[in-house]
Design a protein around this ligand. Structure first.
Ligand code: ZN
Length: 344
């Protein structure tokens, strides 16, 4: 198996300010940690280029792209939680170009390709918030659809926040199976991603949401993952898997209330890598959210260990669910609704 990672020093300019939860130099920290742990040598490193405006316009409205450009010249706010510093248009275009570059590597002999500054799932066609400017997931899908004639895209999004932007974009598109595991929107930004949202019209069954109650631990999370994701993936037969591997589900993450532990990220990534191997041998990994500066780096490290199927990885003591019955209830509910579309 060959693995690629894309990285640019300018990634670290995706910085929304010192009093903002986003860790501006996270990409550099991830790369240093991989180096320290002797894992970087397992990857070939590539330097991405900015996505062009034409690329962005395959997904985003012209007025929205203009709006980001203007904000980027003056500085300002995209939304209440998302400051738009000067130069953000260039940096966000570079982050998007990074996901496209990683996607392209999957057609150049690599089976796994990673963009550490990717997974901006809150960006919709014409509006955004949640620290996201352009939806690199969708821009990459549209790029691959056009340039490599792919027909079936599978998104596995395990960031703690619901991928509402991606859902808005693909809610009625049955060529994109969009699966999001997240904390229940009634208790966390962005408030969407209810279990009953399953896709529209003939794309019903192609949007899958599993909203976990606060306090869900890694064991039940992973059990639910194993019950749902492998059978659906095998039946859908994707041409590519896009894995938004956010680690803000970790129990010390300051923005959310799920209780996953280091080993969770290892097991999830390992399972996703196995599914990719079994179906399409094309796995694009976008690292997504993570807001505790020390825990998120270790969690991402375990994502890498899982992808590579390493024997050794970090672990810590499991945390049990605070309300096991509530977790079981929502998992059962989703499985029941999905049984109309997929054999589980
Ligand atoms: Zn998140």
């Amino acid at each position: 198996m060959k693995q690629a990672i894309v990285y640019h020093e300018d990634y670290n300019k995706y910085d929304l300010g010192t009093d903002h939860p986003l860790i501006g130099d996270k990409p550099r920290k991830i790369m240093s940690y991989l180096k320290e742990k002797n894992l970087l040598s397992d990857f070939q490193v590539f330097t991405p280029k900015k996505a062009t405006e034409a690329d962005l316009l395959k997904v985003h409205a012209p007025t929205y792209v203009e709006h980001i450009k203007k904000l980027s010249q003056t500085g300002g706010w995209l939304s209440e939680d998302t400051p738009a510093p000067k130069g953000i248009f260039e940096v966000a275009s570079l982050a998007t170009g990074g996901s496209m570059c990683a996607g392209e590597k999957l057609f150049e002999g690599f089976q796994v390709a990673i963009n550490p500054l990717g997974g901006f799932h809150h960006a919709s066609k014409g509006h955004s918030s949640g620290f996201c400017f352009f939806n690199d997931i969708a821009v990459t899908i549209e790029y691959l659809r056009k340039n490599h004639h792919l027909k079936r895209f599978m998104i596995i999004d395990v960031d703690v926040h619901h991928g509402n932007g991606t859902q808005d974009i693909y809610i009625d598109d049955r060529t994109v199976l969009n699966l999001s595991f997240h904390q229940d929107g009634r208790t966390l930004y962005p408030g969407t991603g209810g279990v009953e949202i399953l896709g529209r019209d003939d794309a019903a069954g192609y949007t899958i949401n599993l909203p976990f109650p606060p306090g869900t631990g890694g064991t039940s999370y992973f059990n639910a993952f194993k019950e749902i994701v492998p059978p659906v993936t095998r039946q859908f037969k994707p041409d590519i898997i896009l894995y938004q591997s956010g680690v803000d589900t970790h129990h010390v993450d300051p923005l959310a209330d799920l209780n996953l532990t280091y080993q969770s990220y290892y097991h999830l990534a390992k399972q996703v890598a196995e599914l990719s191997k079994e179906t399409c041998e094309k796995l694009l990994v976008l690292l997504g959210g993570g807001y505790n500066s020390s825990a998120c780096i270790k969690s991402y490290y375990n994502v890498f260990c899982g992808l590579l199927g390493k024997k050794e990885y970090l672990d810590e003591e499991d945390i049990p669910d605070t309300d096991p019955a509530a977790v079981q209830h929502v998992v059962t509910q989703l499985k029941q609704s999905l049984s109309e579309y997929w054999a589980l």
